[in-house]
Write a protein that binds this ligand. Structure first.
Ligand SMILES: Nc1ncnc2c1ncn2[C@@H]1O[C@H](COP(=O)(O)OP(=O)(O)OP(=O)(O)O)[C@@H](O)[C@H]1O
Ligand SMILES: [Mg+2]
Length: 328
C-alpha cells in the first residue's frame, strides 16, 4: 500500500491544482507498489497516469492560443474559437441522429483510409429544428469527440459590420478551413441562408448566399462544416443539395425527456424516486434547453438551502412554470 504521506501529498497537490506534484506523487506510489511486489497494480497505475497526462494536455489547450493561430487577424472579430469538452454522449438524441453522427465520427477518425481510395468522408451538415434542441451543442460535441477546435462564425457580424466586405471575409473563412482542420459552425444560418431577410441589405444577403454556395461546393478541405438554423422554411432551396446530411432536430418525446432529466440530475439523489412518467407528461412540448434549465434551478436551490436531496415535486413545479412562460 502507498505510504500515508504519499496519499496526503496526492490530495494536497490536487487541492492546490499542482499538476506536476500530483503526477510525480502518483508515479512515486506506482514505484512503491512495484517495490512491494505488486507489479500488475503498479503497471495499471502507470497506464492510468499516462492516460490522465495526455487528457490533461489536450484539454488545457486554451482558446486564446488557438485563436492566435488564426492566420488572418481580420477574422478575429468574426470567429470564436475553443476546444469543447462536451461529447456526443452528453446529448440525448433519437437513434437515427445518433447513428448518422456515429458514422460521421468514424469517417472523420479514419479519413486517411477513405482518401486513399479517393472517397470523401461525410463533413458537411445542415442541422435544422426548433430552438434548444441541441444543434449548436452537436457541432461542439463533434469537435469534442474528435479532439479538434470549433470555430463559431458570427454570421450576423459578417452581415452588419462588414457590409461590402462580407464576401471577401467569407472567402478568408473558407481558406482557413484548408489550413486549420476544425469544426466550422455557421450558427443562426438563416441570416445568410434566407431570402426573407430582415434588417440587412437584401442585395448583399443574396451575394453572400451565392458566395457561400460556391465556396461550400468547391471546398475540398478536411474540416467539418456545420450550418444550423431554426427557420428551415425560409432557407434557400439551393442550399440543401450542398450538404452531405440534413438532420432534423425534433423536440424531445417522453422517453427523451426522462433521459435528459436523468442526465442533468445524475450527480444528485431525489428524496423519493421521481415519477418520470408524470414529469415527462408535464414537460412534453418543452425543448431540451428549458428542461435542462429547470433541473439546474432545482439543483441550485437545493445546494443553496443545504437540502440533502432533490425534490421531484419542486422540479415538476419548475417545469410547469417554465412551460407556462414558454422558456422566457
Ligand atoms: N439534445 C440535447 N440533449 C441534452 N441537452 C440538450 C440537448 N439540446 C439542448 N440541450 C441543452 O440546451 C442547451 C442549448 O442547446 P443548443 O444551444 O444546442 O440549442 P440549439 O438547437 O442550437 O438552439 P437555437 O436554435 O436556439 O440556437 C445546451 O447547452 C444543453 O444544455
Ligand atoms: Mg444554436
Amino acid at each position: 500500500m502507498a505510504a500515508a504521506d504519499q496519499i496526503k501529498t496526492l490530495i494536497q497537490s490536487f487541492g492546490e491544482s499542482d499538476e506536476t506534484r500530483f503526477f510525480s506523487t502518483a508515479m512515486q506510489i506506482a514505484a512503491t507498489e512495484a517495490r512491494q511486489g505488486h507489479a500488475t497494480f503498479a503497471q495499471e497505475l502507470k497506464v492510468l497516469i499516462e492516460k490522465a497526462k495526455k487528457e490533461r494536455s489536450s484539454s488545457t489547450i486554451d482558446s486564446k492560443a488557438i485563436s492566435l493561430s488564426l492566420p488572418k487577424r481580420e477574422l478575429h472579430e468574426l470567429i470564436e474559437v475553443f476546444v469543447p469538452r462536451v461529447k456526443l454522449n452528453d446529448l440525448v438524441l433519437d437513434e437515427k441522429i445518433k447513428a448518422t453522427l456515429a458514422i460521421l465520427i468514424e469517417e472523420q477518425q479514419r479519413w486517411e483510409e477513405l482518401k486513399k481510395h479517393s472517397l470523401d468522408p461525410t463533413r458537411k451538415l445542415l442541422l435544422i429544428g426548433p430552438p434548444g434542441t441541441g444543434k449548436t451543442m452537436t457541432a461542439q460535441a463533434i469537435a469534442g469527440q474528435l479532439d479538434i477546435a470549433v470555430y463559431i462564425i458570427r454570421l450576423d457580424g459578417l452581415m452588419s459590420k462588414y457590409l461590402g466586405e462580407s464576401i471577401s471575409k467569407l472567402r478568408l473563412i473558407f481558406d482557413t478551413m484548408q489550413s486549420h482542420r476544425a469544426v466550422y459552425l455557421f450558427d443562426e444560418f438563416d441570416s445568410i441562408g434566407s431570402h426573407r431577410n430582415q434588417g440587412h441589405d437584401i442585395g448583399e444577403v443574396k451575394r453572400v448566399l451565392n458566395s457561400f454556395l460556391i465556396n461550400i461546393e468547391k471546398d475540398r478541405s478536411n474540416s467539418i462544416i456545420v450550418a444550423a438554423s431554426n427557420l428551415p422554411e425560409s432557407l434557400d432551396m439551393a442550399l440543401f443539395r450542398r450538404f452531405d446530411e440534413i438532420i432534423n432536430y425534433p423536440l424531445p418525446d417522453k422517453l427523451q425527456i426522462k433521459q435528459v432529466i436523468q442526465k442533468c440530475t445524475k450527480a444528485y439523489s431525489f428524496i423519493k424516486r421521481p415519477n418520470y412518467e408524470t414529469l415527462a407528461e408535464t414537460a412534453l412540448g418543452m425543448n431540451y434547453s428549458d428542461i435542462t434549465k429547470s433541473c439546474n434551478e432545482v439543483i441550485k436551490s437545493m445546494v443553496l438551502s443545504h437540502a440533502p436531496k432533490l425534490d421531484a415535486d419542486l422540479l415538476a413545479d419548475m417545469l410547469k412554470k417554465r412551460k407556462a412562460t414558454d422558456g422566457k
